[in-house]
Design a protein around this ligand. Structure first.
Ligand code: F6P
Length: 535
């Protein structure tokens, strides 16, 4: 499928990104997309007009438009689970009738959002309180999509927090819940158990621990526990009264669920109005994704840049580098969104995938990353496409100089990756520093930057709830478009199951109940080590 693009790449690879700019000083206009207040610049890549045409052709060939409309209209695009994929409906509660399995899903969706908002108002005003008084703290217990979305968004929107403090417990490692509970009051804490299935072992273990903590601390679990789940049966079995359960349907995938009940902790922190603005931002990106021609379609061009770098150029990873401290969990959030969605080996029809699946996604906020792993980005032997994000303006006018430094560092990094430093330039530097002869060249070689390393930059005015909604929806649709082009199902996650099954089979072995017979030598030796230490 990528043959033509690969041959185009080999024909034009002699021309560096810097040379493309020399040929066309307007390149930044030609190879960028604007939508509302966002600007996505992909001009610092080797994408040319011919490459873009070839990439766009992939969208047509793979029927991205058809699949996109099927998704928005409730088709069962998650074919292996026979489910619709409608997280987009969560951010459009006032939209027109949308029938799924014979029912207009907007009706319950609006009712649930209304209940969430009422609850949030009551908790935030103190009308709804714990036995010790108004709720001072909220603990969201969840993992994967039931954690990463709310925690990422709550950190991102810290300037808008005016509700109770929010904490997030995900890891089954007891250290996680221990370190949080020891700082807060069991009589003024609201515990939210967030789990689509309400069977995830990490979450249920942490929820049981939190319940014991509330009980033994003089609290009242009947008043202090809420559940966010698709399973009425499981939440009832856990003892959460129905009026404390905020349900959603199986057409909301875990990693796409922050827009609905799973976002309740975010709503409690920033309030219903800011939560609505977050939804409105997501919806604006949906409308753009559905209407804009491919070339001016931000999610599509972000996806095509990803396909170009991964499937065509063969770069197996990409770094997400937010120059925005409050987006520090965005790389982790995108790891789940992108790698759980597109990390597959078979096509939708079950045949082996004839090309690489989605890339490894990783990253850290700038400028911190600059002092850690950027060395490899600039001089290592692997090329890692970098995806920068930065706001034009921060939320701290009194710290404007900090923000200026943040922005110039972000721009400097993409420029340095592209330009590099030649041996001649490095030699000149060493000569000026007093070196001569063979030592000059030896020293200079260490200071050469190959350059021609691609990057993109997403720039936005300020990280408001609306803009955050736009950014998250942008990435969701990017993953969708990449998945359609690759011909895979981006909405299942069978690859997480085997490890869960094996963990269950190991639990009795660790306790010494069963023998280790069926296990390999390494696993037996590791079990043995743990047993000896525990004894
Ligand atoms: O194990 C992976 C996964 O199923 C994710 O897809 C999901 O977001 C996470 O676990 C949590 O699942 P749940 O919300 O059902 O607890």
């Amino acid at each position: 499928m990528f043959k033509d693009l690969k041959s185009l790449r080999s024909q034009q690879c002699s021309e560096s990104i810097s040379e493309l700019f020399e040929d066309d000083p307007n390149r930044a206009d030609m190879f960028s997309v604007r939508f509302e207040t966002l600007l996505f610049d992909y001009s610092k890549t080797q994408i040319t007009a011919a490459v873009r045409d070839g990439l766009i052709e992939l969208c047509n060939r793979q029927n991205v438009a058809g699949r996109r409309e099927a998704m928005f209209e409730g088709g069962k695009v998650n074919e292996t689970e026979q489910r619709a994929v409608l997280h987009t409906a969560l951010r459009d509660p006032g939209g027109p009738e949308l029938i799924v399995d014979g029912e207009d899903i907007r009706v319950p969706l609006r009712a649930t959002l209304g209940r969430m908002e009422r609850l949030a108002r009551h908790v935030r005003s103190g009308k709804l309180a714990g036995p010790g008084g108004p709720f001072t703290d909220v603990v969201n217990i969840g993992i994967g999509g039931s954690d990463l979305g709310p925690v990422m968004a709550a950190l991102a929107l810290a300037p808008y927090h005016d509700g109770p403090r929010c904490h997030f417990v995900s890891n089954v490692d007891g250290a996680h819940i221990h370190d949080i509970l020891q700082r807060i009051d069991p009589k003024t804490t609201l515990v939210i158990v967030a789990s689509k299935t309400f069977t995830t072992v990490e979450t249920m273990t942490n929820a049981a621990t939190a319940r014991r903590w509330v009980e033994s601390g003089g609290g009242d679990p009947a008043r202090q526990f809420l559940a966010l789940s698709t399973s009425e049966e499981e939440t009832a079995d856990f003892g959460i009264p129905r009026e404390h359960v905020f349900g959603f349907e199986d057409w909301v995938g875990g990693r796409y669920s922050v827009w609905g009940p799973i976002g309740l902790s975010l709503m409690l922190a920033v309030g219903p109005d800011h939560f609505r603005a977050f939804l409105a931002g997501g919806k604006s990106m949906d409308n753009h994704f559905r209407a804009a021609p491919w070339e001016q379609n931000m999610p599509v061009m972000l996806a095509l840049t990803g396909v170009w770098h991964n499937q065509v150029c063969g770069y197996p990873t990409r770094a997400v580098l937010p120059y925005d401290q409050r987006l520090r969990r965005l790389p982790a959030y995108l790891q789940q969104l992108e790698m759980e969605s597109n990390g597959k080996s078979v096509a939708m029809d079950g045949s082996p995938l004839p090309h690489p699946s989605g890339p490894v996604v990783w990253g850290e906020p700038g400028t911190n990353g600059q002092h850690a792993f950027y060395q490899l980005l600039h001089q290592g032997t692997s090329v890692v496409p970098a995806e920068f994000l930065v706001a034009a303006k921060g939320h701290e006018p009194e710290l404007e100089q900090h923000h200026r430094l943040l922005v110039v560092n972000c721009l400097a990094q993409s420029e340095a990756l592209m330009r590099g430093r030649s041996l001649d330039e490095a030699c000149a530097l060493m000569r000026a520093a007093g070196f001569a002869g063979t030592e000059l060249e030896r020293q200079a070689r260490h200071r050469v930057f190959p350059g021609n390393r691609p990057s993109t930059t997403l720039i936005y005015p300020q990280l408001t709830p609306y803009v955050l909604g736009q950014i998250i929806a942008l990435y969701e649709h990017r993953v969708f478009v990449e998945g359609v082009i690759l011909g895979i199902n981006s909405f299942d996650q069978w690859g997480v199951e085997l490890g869960k099954e094996l963990a269950n089979s190991l639990l009795p072995l660790l306790a010494g109940v069963n023998g280790d017979a069926g296990k390999d030598g390494s696993t037996r030796a590791l079990l043995d080590f743990v047993r000896k230490f525990k004894a």
